[in-house]
Design a protein around this ligand. Sequence first.
Ligand code: ARG
Length: 563
Amino acid sequence: MNEREQVIKALQPALTDLSMNEIADKIERPKDSNNGDYAFPTFFLAKTLHKAPQIIAQELLAKIDQTGFEKVVVAGPYINFFLDKQVVGENILKTILADPENYGSQDLGHLANVAIDLSSPNIAKPMGMGHLRSTVIGNAIANILAKVGYNPIRINHLGDWGTQFGKLMAAYEMWGNEEEVQQDPINTLQKYYVKINTEADTHPEYNDLGREWFKNLENGDPEAYRLWKWFRAESLKRFMKIYRLLDIDFDSYNGEAFYNDKMAEIDQLLQDKHLLQESKGAQIVDLEKYNLNPALIKKSDGSSLYITRDLSAALFRKRMYGFAQALYVVGAEQRNHFDQLKAVFSEMGFTWSKQIHYIPFGLMSLNGKKMSTRKGNIVQLEDVLNDSIKLARQQIAEKNPELQNADEVARQVGVGAVIFHDLKNERTNSIDFKLADVVKFEGETGPYVQYAHARAESILRKAGTPDFAQAESLALSGDEAWGILTRLGQYGEVIERAANEYDPSLVGKYALALAKDFNQYYAHTRILVDDDEKMARLALVKAVSEVLKSSLALLGVKAPDEM
Ligand code: ARG
């Protein structure tokens, strides 16, 4: 039972006409702690009871079950609840220690499927920082949704189809060298792609050539298909290396190409519903009534577009997974595309288009510089991760030269630092990335949180890994631990909000705050001193360790026991 539930339970005997949810909706948290930990206003009852709220508050007070509270008092129209800190604190610790892994878990989703479109890098290009954001934000949202009882399905909608492949093939045919590609596939292909884009400024015919190649690909031309397969396989190999570093798995790698033979159905559906119009030889859906520019469904040469493939993909996912929600974790610059996608479905009369949620995020810059792939100015994610691991390794060598599995820990710290830096920020903020700031052990960083966890674990080791089931009491007197205890008690609420708002940063900020609470406590309290409350203090340390580890896990960050 959490604290809010305790307040509801206390009120129930006094409010037998109201359901638990109705009571819960009215409970407030006073801004000023002099007014208690929770408050219940009585204004809303005045009309039905024909009495002044002040009187109602007095009458309810007599019927309230006050066990577990330090006091319950009436202040004007409010009933103020002051929690009994010892009882509440002990309850929180017992709840966490009884089942640490499931602490904070809820069943809001009843195992409904949620299709999450994430990562989705483009073949034949290095994975950049934008795709890192999509990958880690999407993965964290999936973890958080699983924690509240949904069944997330991670879908990597690989960018493996489209005019840009035509361009790449055209470039390869003109300047390509098989050996060179074999040696360093992604960078070489990227080089050709940048070259054709740059030269197309003065040679517009290269753009036509690209379109032609793509059209060949869509029509099943064997040479185009051979190149496509080869480029895709090489790219995937590289991407998998990054996913392994991040320790992220996908349920599906069906990319855009997967829908090549499925788009005819979309075309047919749109025709049947008389939604297609011709415009300069191309097929469009007019979206003026949504205040959007028309959606281009088919080019004049008959080839498909990004949105055509997304229409087909969403329909496929609806059938395959019967999703309750379909999320798209994609950069803020694609808002118009997803507005159009939803609008076309709504024109088609698919009411489930309301279950589609676009989850945008801001740009990531590196040391203040913007990054773009078309002109080749890109920072490679793999380099960033490897640099971060190297830096973490150096720091560990300085701080803890004896550490046994230092390389593995450096990996967890280096990768965790990059992920955490992304996720502590609100999704829609643009963020800048400076490696030295990200891997610091102090400040608002992943390593800071990991370090607090490792410190807690080291205290527990020193105490001989106590068995709390044997302890008589886990009650803590005094106020030092109260801040940590209330924070621990809020974990479930934080997760619920993060799930509802698709915002992992709430969990990131929570982990930082808990780590800070704990470090302060540690600085002022002698935890291992032998007295009546030693077991309770160690239980607190254990609970902090478990909740830090759990919140980091939701973000996709590991928590080493030593670092
Ligand atoms: N490959 C695209 C890009 O890098 C992102 C794909 C996002 N997902 C989607 N279903 N459109 O810009």
